[in-house]
Ligand binder design. Structure first.
Ligand code: SAH
Ligand code: SF4
Length: 362
């Protein structure tokens, strides 16, 4: 069996079946996968890990994804929006500490005032940092006009997870209505690309009803859509969501964790020069989860810069880590942990996707 896995790893291209076999590897064989992924990472993107200071701007959301703790229907969630001053303070912290970039993430909202507020924030962050801070947005599906305005105001990367690439499965995890439409989400990814953003997407791993073959398809999807960045992590149940009813059907958390690590490693081998994030959900299961992701292929990390008083309200899933640490403490321990994972930090650099640069040249 090991011979088989090594043979697959030595191939130049991979079929869906190959990918599924890599995702199914057991404790011994997965070491071969991880070693290959580490090698590919070093050759194609190097040792550097780039920081994106994460601001969880608001947990107000107009949508009702069935898995998410801040869905509109969760009346128990205490809603907030970070003030303009606080966002700028977090961005200043990121800039002064040479984080290179920030990510602004929130529930999905529209409305003129909201769009304008974000636009204003973008301009202010750019101005405050002399254009030095890179800005990634993760604010869900928006109109072309909104995406364009935010791009012109200074955002240059956008994260919009497809969540699950199979349209039939998509409807198992989302209400069946206009606001939750697979095709619309896909169209948004195209729009973002057309407007010039570096485009990131991703999926949740270990969802109920999802097979390893489905995950292999997710990887093929990233490849087919020639995506620049990927953020993916384990699905983690949340008590106040409709999907909690399926908790008995889930893989144990550690299995979801290892499946996620294998997804990262396999993706690194499949798409050698993209940016891959070590996600917070990995850390929610294993305190060293992000560092382990870095070892097997991830090269982006998003230290949380959300002001402490809001943190425990941005609960997408249970056991979300780092809700009680302040930014300074997070920074010091993270730096040491990244070095322990054999990586360096790309201080003061945007750390754009090498894949994006190559795609633009073509
Ligand atoms: N509203 C925006 C961005 C915030 S949600 C959007 O949906 O695009 C960010 C991500 O959190 C989602 O894309 C989803 O993949 C992840 N997420 C939500 N609930 C989760 C859960 N229960 N377990 C793991 N990840 C979850
Ligand atoms: Fe809202 Fe995003 Fe959660 Fe869906 S995943 S309910 S859009 S915050």
């Amino acid at each position: 069996m090991s011979v088989n896995i090594q043979t697959i790893l030595d191939q130049a291209s991979f079929s869906r079946e190959d990918l599924a076999l890599l995702l199914k590897t057991g404790e011994e064989e997965r070491k071969l996968l991880f070693a290959k992924a580490a090698e590919v990472k070093e050759d194609y993107v190097g040792k550097k890990v780039y920081y994106r200071g994460l601001v969880e701007y608001s947990n107000l959301c107009g949508k009702n994804c069935l898995y998410c703790g801040i869905r509109a229907g969760n009346k128990k969630a205490r809603r907030y929006e970070v003030t303009e001053e606080e966002v700028l303070e977090a961005a200043r912290y990121a800039w002064e500490n040479k984080f290179g970039s920030v990510v602004i993430q929130a529930g999905e909202r529209s409305g003129k005032d909201y769009v304008r507020r974000i636009e204003r924030l973008l301009r202010q962050i750019k101005q405050m940092s002399n254009g030095e801070l890179g800005i990634t947005l993760s604010l869900g599906e928006q109109s072309e006009e909104t995406y364009r305005r935010w791009f012109e105001a200074g955002a240059h990367r956008y994260l919009l997870r497809i969540e699950v690439s199979n349209p039939d499965l998509y409807h198992k995890y989302h209400p069946r209505n206009k606001a939750h439409n697979y095709q619309a989400r896909l169209d948004s990814l195209f729009l973002l690309r057309k407007l010039g953003y570096q485009v990131g997407t991703g999926v949740m791993i270990g969802l109920p009803f999802q097979s390893v073959e489905d995950l292999a398809d997710d990887l093929m999807f990233f490849k087919e859509y020639d995506i620049d960045m990927v953020g993916m992590g384990p699905y983690i149940e949340h008590e106040d969501t409709p999907m909690y009813q399926y908790r008995d059907q889930l893989l144990p958390k550690m299995e979801r964790f290892y499946l996620s690590l294998k997804m990262v490693a396999t993706l690194r081998i499949l798409m050698k020069d993209i940016n891959i994030a070590a996600t917070t959900a990995m850390q929610a299961i294993d305190p060293m989860g992000r560092e382990k992701s870095i070892k097997v292929g991830a090269n982006i990390i998003m230290p949380n810069l959300t002001p402490s008083r809001y943190r425990e309200d941005y609960l997408l899933y249970e056991d979300k880590p780092c809700t009680d640490e302040d930014a300074e403490e997070c920074k010091r321990c993270l730096e040491a942990r990244i070095h322990m994972a054999g990586a360096e930090i790309g201080y003061g650099e945007w750390g754009d996707s090498k894949h994006f640069a190559r795609r633009k040249k073509q």
